[in-house]
Design a protein around this ligand. Structure first.
Ligand code: FMN
Length: 191
């Protein structure tokens, strides 16, 4: 069985982020073949193409982290029915300079949680559209719109509702299968 590195983005900068909790739970539930590593976005300044000739250290680190990952996972809140600005900013940095888009041919998956009934569905649709433009092979199914109820993920990162835990575990197993299929069709460099 091949192993893959998954770089995950938490779309929230909030200290008490429920999406960070969800990311922790997904890391625990992922199959052993997936090595989960966070790709931080909080230190990035706002992107401008004025930086394209000389990226600052935080943006270089971002692109190196994505380059070192076999796949990326977005765990994001929905802000005003779209992607939080901090996450969009990180994607914009990673997609440039022109011709050096870090997401090209890199498999990706999207998941998110909110206290609302539609559980980040609209933000996820926007994010899928963005990642399609960035030429990332998208894990289209399973869709995962997680309604966050208090205590759903405890301080130890355990999912306290069995049906949700099973669903999230299956999400990660299916994502692993998707990554494997992408790299079976187009092997990694050096593989
Ligand atoms: C600026 C802002 C906009 C928000 N817009 C939405 C929204 O469109 N849909 C939604 O379900 N929740 C929305 N919320 C509520 C978030 O789902 C909630 O704050 C959640 O805790 C955010 O996830 P986080 O804790 O991981 O940051 C919004 C919150 C903020 C601060």
């Amino acid at each position: 069985m091949s192993t893959y590195t998954v770089g995950y983005f938490v779309g929230s900068l909030a200290q008490a982020s429920i999406n960070r909790r969800l990311a922790g739970a997904l890391t625990r539930l992922a199959p052993a073949e997936l090595q989960m590593r966070e790709i931080p976005i909080g230190d990035l300044s706002l992107y401008s193409y004025d930086y394209d000739a000389d990226y600052p250290p935080a943006a270089r680190a971002l692109k190196e982290a994505i380059g070192a990952a076999d796949a990326v996972l977005f765990v994001t809140p929905e802000y005003n029915r779209s992607v939080p600005g901090a996450l969009k900013n990180a994607i914009d940095w990673a997609s440039r300079p022109w011709g050096k888009n870090s997401f090209a041919r890199k498999p990706s998956a999207v998941i998110g949680t909110s206290p609302g009934k539609i559980g980040t569905a609209v933000a996820q649709q926007h994010l899928r559209s963005i990642m399609a433009f960035c030429n990332s092979p998208l894990f289209n199914a399973i869709e995962a719109y997680i309604e966050y109820t208090p205590g759903l993920v405890n301080d130890q990162g355990e999912v306290t509702v069995a049906s949700t835990r099973d669903f999230l575990q299956n999400f990660m197993t299916e994502f692993y299968g998707f990554i494997s299929r992408v790299y079976t069709a187009i092997p990694r460099a050096g593989a």
